[in-house]
Design a binder for this molecule. Structure first.
Ligand code: 26Y
Length: 814
């Protein structure tokens, strides 16, 4: 396929006829968008066909990435870039009468995830393809992705996200690859080649895959992501009921089945909700393993080679039932003996943990697993039996250790510990930043790290330079390409280090500042549009974008804003640097404390923005519905990156990396990957505050009196009192009483203990900002020294430490 504009235009017109059944004269914007997308897609399909052929010929070891979440972001702009067709597309779009950007804006973001873990999955798939590693991402095709957030009276409202309402050009359905998944039922003994057991499911549903293309940057490789959807068989619809006018009853079965993949993380506050979540997890696992075995058998016969051809990366505990499912397939369906099956299983799986919060380590009630997956429960017991015998061999008579390590928790109710199953069934376990991996080995999974130290690794997260620099920040990327003499930095982000020697170059500094300013102007336009808030593009852009969670401490940020507000109210001439506080993030619908904090941010924002004195210096903009698309807009404009979690709680963070790469300076605690960012950019280019993980743990273990900080610190007291008095809730003193009580009397995340250090550090931030050259130098240093945080490096680490896979080069098109 040649790539001149004429060909592209001709292809597009042909596609307009074929795919939309319409003409150039009557094409709507959506017709034009879809047709353009399909024309770009054709180029990727051709690469994908060559990739598949190369993989078939090489019969290599594949990485299968299993994840309940993928936050891919919009595909349109990325695919234009990866096929180098932007210019042709621009010409073709205007031939249809539309500006390219208007069409790109019609691209829907598939919000098939919550946050960090889902976006990491997307960045890793991008880097896998870029490194020519044979890989498939497996996930769930939720009908409704992460909810759409809006605010009413400052409170979060959740609306369903019907992301594929208009269909999506990036997805290919594969109904011929449907397969059956069982649930419920019973197990039984029977005589095969000797005495055996099998599962007789009580219910079966169909899993139907679709796939999306995952192109590599600067290579021919196009991998895929395969997403499963639950579909009812055609006889599920009850025509008899329908004819009798019982329309609800007629579709009841269809709805029941298809609800399995209806939404991301169904609410688990009810018994039924919890059951649906486990069903969803098993559905993903069952479909995926069948597909992996099918793919293996295309080129291989003997299961002894399975682990040479397959490595399955478990993205947190959500897909961990895959370990029991593979054992079931090998033992029950392919009649391997237990020990052989276990040897294969152990070699195949690897597990990434993304948390330290003990409450985030999933467990499932034994009673539920027994009912939904009776055979898997037996298999988990068997794995546990062998495992505990192994522990006994290493630590004879240490019953307490066995109780702690068991796959089954006994009190207060019997539950299956998914993280323990993951560690026992994997050959490698990793945390996502150095501190996180250290804490996993020393605390959360200590007993396991003592038993199998060689299994434990660190693989520090990384982010896609293509998406978060090249696409999100074309101005800065242009400058980098110019200064670094080409686009090679997009494959090798360490090349950014070459900037360092120019950090004091006047001309570079001027350009750098100008780019930031223009990015802030773009953000200001969106903020005005989305919220009505007018922001000053010259003010420091202070950004806190992440899920709302108490441990991330958005409350600490709020207390800082209220403090500055008070300083200006008390003294209109107070020396406060103009700042825009930009927030973005969603709270889980059932997480009431986090939702109160969202309302508080909005309440404080309304008061500050309406105050004639304070609003001359300070503005608060809470961008609704934070997602990948919004991130791409906010990050390039950021000057200051808020990474202020209580130390020891944030596993890694990845927003911290994206912001630093875009030249934002971090104000942060020694938590997650902040530590590694600071190690690289240098103390002088990072604003550190607060207790470190060891201190915080000590504070929490000892006698901690949050109220004493309130009593001793007048600014803190004024801020808390203002919240309690109803100053940010129209005089309603009850509105935020739960928030105030939580920090005054419990303060699990040490907001009060870290407040003074945080506010003083923010005063130092003001000082640095006033010296524009100093600030610009810090900003440049952050970009120059963060090449390490490329997801390409993360993939190299996984290859060396965990996967042991080789690339397969895809031949050029002739
Ligand atoms: C509902 C429950 C099962 C659950 C659902 C989603 C539990 C956890 C999650 C998601 C966790 C997550 O996103 N973790 C984040 O992973 C990022 C990538 O490794 C880290 O950078 C970040 O610190 C961590 O919070």
């Amino acid at each position: 396929m040649t790539d001149n504009a004429d060909d592209f235009g001709r292809n597009m017109v042909a596609n307009l006829y074929r795919h939309r059944g319409t003409t150039v004269e009557s094409a709507s914007a959506r017709d034009a968008y879809h047709t353009l997308a399909v024309t770009i897609r054709d180029r990727l399909i051709e690469r994908y066909a060559r990739t598949a052929a190369a993989h078939y010929a090489a019969n290599p070891r594949f990485v299968y990435y299993l994840s309940a979440e993928y936050l891919l972001g919009r595909q349109f702009e990325q695919n234009l870039l990866y096929t180098d067709t932007r210019e042709q597309a621009r010409v073709a779009a205007s031939a249809l009468g539309y500006p390219l950007d208007d069409l790109a804006a019609l691209d829907a973001e598939p919000g098939l995830g919550n946050g960090g873990l889902g976006r990491l999955a997307a960045c890793l798939l991008d880097s896998l393809a870029t490194a020519d590693i044979p890989a498939v991402g497996y996930g769930i095709r939720y009908d409704f992705g992460i909810f759409t957030q809006s605010f009413r009276d400052g409170a979060q409202r959740e609306l369903p996200d019907d992301w594929s309402h208009y269909g999506t050009p990036w997805e290919f359905a594969a109904p011929d690859d449907r397969l059956e998944v069982g649930f419920y039922g019973h197990t039984e003994a029977y005589n095969g080649s000797g005495p055996r057991r099998r599962w007789v499911p009580g219910e079966t549903v169909l899993g139907e895959p679709s796939h999306m293309l995952v192109p590599g940057w600067g290579t021919e490789t196009v991998n895929i992501i395969r997403l499963w959807r639950a579909v009812a068989s055609s006889d599920s619809f009850d025509l008899g009921h329908f004819s009798a006018g019982r329309y609800g009853d007629a579709v009841e079965n269809v709805t029941h089945v298809e609800n399995i993949t209806r939404v991301l993380y169904p609410d688990d506050s009810t018994e039924l909700g919890r059951e649906l979540r486990l069903k969803q997890q098993y559905f993903l696992v069952a479909c995926t393993l069948r597909d992996i075995v099918r793919r293996f058998r295309l080129r291989n016969e003997d299961f002894d080679h399975f682990a040479d051809k397959v490595v399955i990366q478990l993205n947190d505990t959500h897909p961990v039932m895959a370990i029991a499912e593979l054992m079931r397939l090998l033992v029950d369906e392919y009649a391997l003996d237990w020990d052989r099956a276990w040897g294969i299983t152990r070699r195949v799986f690897a597990y990434t943990c993304h948390t330290l919060l003990p409450e985030a380590l999933e467990t499932w009630p034994v009673s539920l697993v027994e009912r939904l997956l009776p055979r898997h429960m037996e298999i988990v017991y068997l794995i546990n039996h062998h495992f505990l015998a192994d522990v006994e061999r290493h630590f004879p008579g240490d019953h307490d250790r066995k109780r702690r390590m068991s796959l089954i928790q006994e009190e207060p109710e019997r539950r299956v510990r998914m993280a323990h199953l993951a560690v026992v069934g994997s050959s490698a376990v990793n945390g996502v930043a150095e501190l996180h991996s250290d804490l996993l080995s020393a605390e959360t999974l200590r007993d396991f790290a003592q038993l199998w130290p060689e299994r434990f690794h660190n693989v520090t997260n990384g982010v896609s330079s293509r998406r978060f620099l090249r696409i999100a920040n074309p101005r800065l990327s242009g400058l980098l390409t110019e200064r670094l003499g080409g686009e090679e930095w997009l494959r090798d982000l360490d090349l950014l280090a070459d900037l360092e020697s120019h950090a004091d170059d006047r001309a570079l500094q001027e350009r750098w500042r100008d780019i930031k300013r223009r990015n802030r102007e773009d953000l200001a336009l969106h903020v005005k549009d989305a919220t009505g808030v007018v922001i000053d593009p010259d003010a420091m852009c202070d950004v806190m974008i992440k899920r709302f969670h108490e441990y991330k401490r958005q409350l600490l940020k709020v207390l800082h804003i209220v403090t500055l507000y008070h300083r200006l109210r008390d003294d209109p001439a107070a020396d406060v640097v103009p700042r825009t506080f930009v927030f973005g993030g969603k709270a889980a619908p059932g997480y009431h404390a986090a939702k109160r904090i969202i309302a508080l941010v909005n309440g404080v924002g309304a008061a500050v923005n309406a105050d004639p004195v304070a609003s001359r210096r300070l503005r608060v903009a809470f961008v609704p519905n934070y997602n990948v698309t919004r991130a791409e807009l906010i990050i390039p404009a950021a000057d200051l990156s808020e990474q202020i979690s209580m130390a020891g709680k944030e596993a890694s963070g990845t927003g911290n990396m994206k912001l630093a790469l875009n030249g934002a300076v971090t104000v942060g605690t020694l938590d997650g990957a902040n530590i590694e960012i600071r190690d690289r950019v240098g103390d002088e280019n990072f604003f550190l505050f607060g207790q470190d993980a060891a201190e915080a743990a000590r504070t929490r273990r000892g006698y901690y009196d949050p109220r004493s900080f309130y009593e001793r610190d007048p600014e803190l007291r004024a801020a808390v009192d203002a919240i309690a008095s109803g100053a940010f809730s129209g005089g309603d003193r009850g509105a935020f009483s739960s928030v105030v009580d939580s920090i005054l009397y419990h303060d699990e995340y040490l907001v009060m203990a870290d407040y003074r250090s945080y506010v003083d550090t923010q005063d130092a931030v003001d000082g640095a900002w006033r010296d524009a050259d100093r600030w610009t130098r810090m900003s440049i240093m952050n970009t120059a020294r963060c090449g390490f945080f490329s997801a390409d490096r993360t993939i190299r680490d996984y290859r060396e430490r965990v996967w042991h896979v080789d690339p397969v080069r895809v031949g050029p098109h002739h």
